[in-house]
Ligand binder design. Structure first.
Ligand SMILES: Nc1ncnc2c1[nH]c(=O)n2[C@H]1C[C@H](O)[C@@H](COP(=O)(O)OP(=O)(O)OP(=O)(O)O)O1
Length: 176
């Protein structure tokens, strides 16, 4: 881990779901995106509200990060992710909240994303993400995660801007 105190921090999760139409139906006719797209939410409240982010949230007592990410995706957009795979982990430090954030990638899900009180979901092509309306540090690692890679990072924000950014790719993130 890139931060000595990471074990002391509250935990949170993010899910980056990648979908593409790989069956026999004409593009888009089964309600699934025609090409590789990823599900983002316009977050209505909480940390990062107003931005496009992956669905996710804070890990509750007694919950594992994997259990959390399944619950949060269900609560925020009403679908069940079936195969969340750990793809990264980063320490986030800011003026008002610090956390260790576990990042999952998924390709299988049940249901159709819908708007909730917490989030407004939309699919974006993986090569055309709304980066100017996302966390600035997402551009460091999100394309790698969407492409099947792994990373570990430490992102320090001050006054809403990245002040210290450290990322390593191609690491084993299964147990941390
Ligand atoms: N730097 C950065 N980039 C991308 N995403 C994040 C960060 N820092 C973060 O904290 N996050 C993400 C990690 C989590 O998904 C959320 C924070 O949790 P939040 O959505 O506020 O928690 P919930 O449990 O859903 O909501 P409330 O408890 O606030 O109702 O931000």
């Amino acid at each position: 881990m890139l931060d000595d105190d990471a074990d002391e921090l509250p935990a949170a999760t993010l899910c980056h779901l990648v979908d593409g139409d790989d069956d026999d139906q004409p593009s888009g006719e089964d309600g699934r995106p025609a090409h590789d797209e990823t599900l983002l939410i316009r977050k209505k409240r909480g940390v990062g509200s107003g931005q496009w982010v992956g669905p996710g949230g804070k890990v509750e007592p007694g919950e594992t990060p994997r259990q959390c990410v399944v619950r949060e995706v269900r609560e925020e957009v009403g679908i069940d992710v079936l195969d969340p795979e750990k793809a990264g982990v980063f320490v986030y430090r800011s003026d008002d909240w610090d956390a260790v954030v576990h990042v999952f990638r998924a390709t299988e899900y049940a249901g159709t994303p819908e708007e909730t009180e917490e989030a407004d979901p939309a699919w974006f092509p993986v090569d055309d993400l709304p980066l100017s309306e996302m966390w600035q540090t997402d551009r460091e690692w999100l394309p790698v995660v969407l492409d099947g890679g792994t990373f570990r990072g430490r992102f320090v924000y001050s006054d809403g801007e990245p002040a210290d950014v450290d990322v390593t790719f191609g690491v084993d993130v299964r147990d941390n």
